[in-house]
Ligand binder design. Structure first.
Ligand SMILES: *[C@@H]1O[C@H](CO)[C@@H](O)[C@H](O)[C@H]1NC(C)=O
Ligand SMILES: [Fe+2]
Length: 228
């Protein structure tokens, strides 16, 4: 009799565990593992990120605290950013880039050079990139040459800055508030990747847009719970 009740109890516990995947991390992790994540792990991206020290100095400077407050790349990934390191000297024939493009459905691309020589309205364009905004599509950039900084909003709305240079492929999720600036070298060359015909619209912060709501649900709520 006692054995029978113990058996029933065990059965009940097992059923509850299986119906709530978040109670059982091994189930949750194995079902969310995609080829994108596997490729990211294999490519060993080492992007540096830190808390942004807001001062009125030129935004093209690093804006680090003294001492620096480094942010682990895993935290940046937790906010929905994807990063890879690729060999871009022959990016047009690179098979890893081809695989990522096909995994993520990037059918369109174009090369952009941001420098004083390449752009008549250079200063205005660069100022424009640095206004906080978001997009309804992913922002996907492979840095072919040069360097720059992305600033992204943390779950508590603080700025996190990360540095990109030649070989970094970065994807920002739709609905993430961000801005971009060159560093003091004033030069970056990047491959822009799109799933559909290029959409370059920069939307102002707006908590009631569909892309923003999805982003908050998918990433920020989890991060906020973890931080409590
Ligand atoms: C922030 O940056 C400014 C300018 O470089 C520096 O003087 C200041 O000490 C930094 N703040 C902190 C708390 O490190
Ligand atoms: Fe953007």
């Amino acid at each position: 009799m006692l054995l029978f009740f113990l058996f029933l109890l065990l059965l009940l516990v097992a059923t509850v565990l299986c119906s709530f995947p978040h109670l059982n991390p091994s189930i949750a992790a194995s079902t969310s593992h995609s080829s994108t994540e596997a490729r990211m792990e294999a490519s060993k991206s080492e992007i540096q990120a830190w808390e942004y020290n807001s001062t009125d100095e030129n935004e093209k400077l690093a804006h680090k605290y003294h001492p620096n407050r480094a942010i682990p790349l895993s935290h940046v990934h937790g906010l929905g950013i994807l990063t890879w390191k690729l060999d871009v000297d022959n990016w047009e024939s690179d098979t890893e880039l081809k695989n990522i493009r096909s995994d993520r459905g990037y059918k369109y691309s174009e090369v952009i050079t941001v420098s004083r020589e390449a752009m008549v309205d250079f200063d205005a364009r660069v100022k424009g990139f640095f206004k906080e905004h978001m997009h309804s599509q992913e922002e996907s950039r492979l840095i072919l040459d040069g360097s720059g900084y992305w600033d992204i909003r943390d779950y508590d709305d603080k700025w996190i800055r990360f540095y990109v240079q030649k070989g970094d492929l970065v994807v920002l999720p739709p609905g993430m508030y961000h801005r971009f600036t060159l560093d003091t070298n004033d030069y970056i060359k990047a491959l822009l990747l799109f799933t559909e015909n290029p959409v370059r619209t920069q939307h102002q912060r707006s908590d009631d847009s569909a892309a923003r709501k999805l982003y908050v649900e998918k990433y920020l709520l989890q991060q906020r719970v973890k931080a409590q």
